[in-house]
Design a binder for this molecule. Structure first.
Ligand code: NDP
Length: 478
């Protein structure tokens, strides 16, 4: 017998993905650099389906039916290149290498081109979201690469992927070469923003409203029955209601308050800077994690002056909580607006022709940012595929219009009481900047022209102009 798919790299992700394929009736060849992992997988989970355990690269390749479909699930970066270099010479034109790791999309573009040109191999950069549980029970899958690869790979991915509430598989061919990993990257950037906004909501409920973690967990549980219904809100309630067994304190109070990151959020911001897309909410989320980790700097700043938050009375607190829900929802709309702008810009820059509605659709299940909210985004793009921005959608615009008074009040309270809310604030600044009829950018252009003769355009005439600042201040055409 031969295998319809092979997985090499059998740490948590690869192992669970291999089991997912096997549980769905596929024969799966498995391989790992250290072969004890391969043996352990077959011994422990062999009863779940048809596995072909292999030790050498040659055995692994020989076990695959043609055209071969070989999934790589190893550490991103150099290890991925090493594994590609090991297998590519053993493959034939038309075979497929699928990289399910968290690769940078620029690496994926390079690998796709090299493998196509040198070996005639179809290279599919595949974003996978949902962590180890998702890999086993159904992740959200974002494959890029050549369109024809999806014809044979797509149906298999549709089987193992998560299904949205309406039964649709959470996978689609995102676009050529690096499109899949690009979309996965922005997914993670949006995830950072979502988490930061939830964190700010928690801090406000705690410091301004005066609620306990257990009470806040209940508030999140209530929110999770409404428009904020999402995986991240659900697990927030779980984490907040958890009590540390050793001390009897709320779990959240015994965890060191320094957030770590593996890099995809940072990439989202770096690429946005390159593309010239203002993803200020995602950037604030990345910076907030970075700031939290500067222990010495924070220690040295403990004596700085500022207000001490004085908790509200019971009734005021409940009203405030409702306002925080509005602020959180409005800020969330803004971060998704920014994230989708980045995807649209990447698609334009690299000629990917990404369907934004399809992207929101495949994030509805399996991934970390899965949420009822994504149905609304899909509806917005269904109604108008060339929507200039999510904020241009009537429904979202109306919801923000309804939320904005509360959003502003929450930020006023946060500022007055000294609770840092960079995510909420950046989102509101973005919103207000977009709707402003005039921005101080006119002044910026004047300054640039003054010190560097960088010229400016006029509101009333075509062309570029320069003022002779050092002379008689007359205006000349540039
Ligand atoms: P790791 O990222 O910890 O990678 C471990 C695997 O990589 C092992 O199989 C290891 O083999 C192999 N490996 C490392 N270096 C080499 C090398 N030079 N040559 C051959 N094999 C090598 O495993 P995860 O399962 O956590 O993640 C796999 C991929 O999936 C990563 O790219 C990760 O970013 C991505 N991912 C992870 C998610 C998660 O939630 N963990 C979610 C989505 C994607 P050996 O056993 O021999 O050491």
């Amino acid at each position: 017998t031969s295998a319809q798919i092979g997985v090499t790299g059998l740490a948590v992700m690869g192992r669970n993905l291999a089991r997912n394929f096997a549980r769905n009736g596929y024969t799966v060849a498995v391989h790992n650099r250290t072969s004890s992992r391969t043996k352990a997988l077959v011994e422990e989970f062999g009863h779940e389906g048809d596995f072909i355990g292999t030790e050498t690269a040659e055995e692994f390749v020989a076990a695959l039916e043609r055209p071969r479909r070989l999934v790589i699930m190893v550490k991103a970066g150099e290890p991925t290149d090493a594994v590609i270099q090991e297998f590519a010479p053993l493959l034939e034109p038309g075979d497929m290498i699928i990289d399910g790791g968290n690769a940078h999309f620029a690496d994926t573009r390079r690998r796709e081109r090299e493998l196509r040109e040198r070996h005639g191999i179809h290279f599919v950069g595949m974003g996978v979201s949902g962590g180890e549980e998702g890999a086993l029970h159904g992740p959200s899958i974002m494959p890029g690469g050549p369109r024809e690869s999806y014809d044979s790979l797509g149906p298999m991915l549709e089987k193992i992927s998560a299904k949205a509430a309406d039964g649709a598989p959470c996978v689609t061919h995102v676009g050529p070469d690096g499109a899949g990993h690009f979309v996965k990257m922005v997914h993670n950037g949006i995830e950072y923003a979502d988490m930061q906004l939830i964190g700010e909501a928690y801090q406000l409920l705690r410091d301004v409203a005066g609620y306990s973690p257990a009470e806040i967990a209940e508030i999140f549980r209530t929110w999770n029955t409404g428009r904020l219904d999402s995986y991240l809100i659900e697990i927030t309630a779980e984490v907040l209601s958890h009590v540390d067994a050793a001390t009897g304190k709320p779990f959240v109070d015994v965890v060191v308050d320094q957030a770590e990151q593996k890099g995809t959020g940072r990439w989202t911001v770096q690429i946005a800077l390159d593309l010239g897309v203002p993803v200020s909410g995602i950037a604030e989320a990345v910076f907030a994690r970075s700031l939290s980790g500067h222990a010495k700097l924070r220690e040295a700043s403990q004596g700085l002056a500022g207000p001490k938050a004085a908790p509200l009375g019971k009734e005021e607190a409940a009203a405030f909580a409702d306002r925080v829900e509005q602020a959180l929802y409005a800020s969330k709309i803004v971060s998704y607006t920014q994230g989708f702008h980045e995807i649209a810009a990447g698609s334009e820059e690299y000629g990917w022709d990404i369907d934004l509605g399809a992207v929101s659709s495949i994030w509805r299940g399996g991934c970390i940012i899965r949420a009822a909210f994504l149905d609304r985004i899909r509806a917005a793009y269904d109604a108008r595929a060339d929507l200039p921005s999510l904020l241009s959608d009537e429904t979202f615009a109306r919801e923000i219009a309804d939320a904005q008074d509360d959003w502003r009040e929450v930020l006023i309270a946060a500022t007055r009481q000294g609770v840092p809310t960079p995510g909420f604030a950046a989102a509101l600044a973005y919103y207000d900047a977009l709707r402003a009829s005039r921005l101080p950018a006119a002044l910026t252009q004047g300054q640039r022209d003054f010190f560097g003769a960088h010229t400016y355009r006029r509101v009333d005439r075509e062309g570029a102009f320069h003022t002779l600042w050092g002379g008689d201040r007359s205006e000349v055409s540039a």
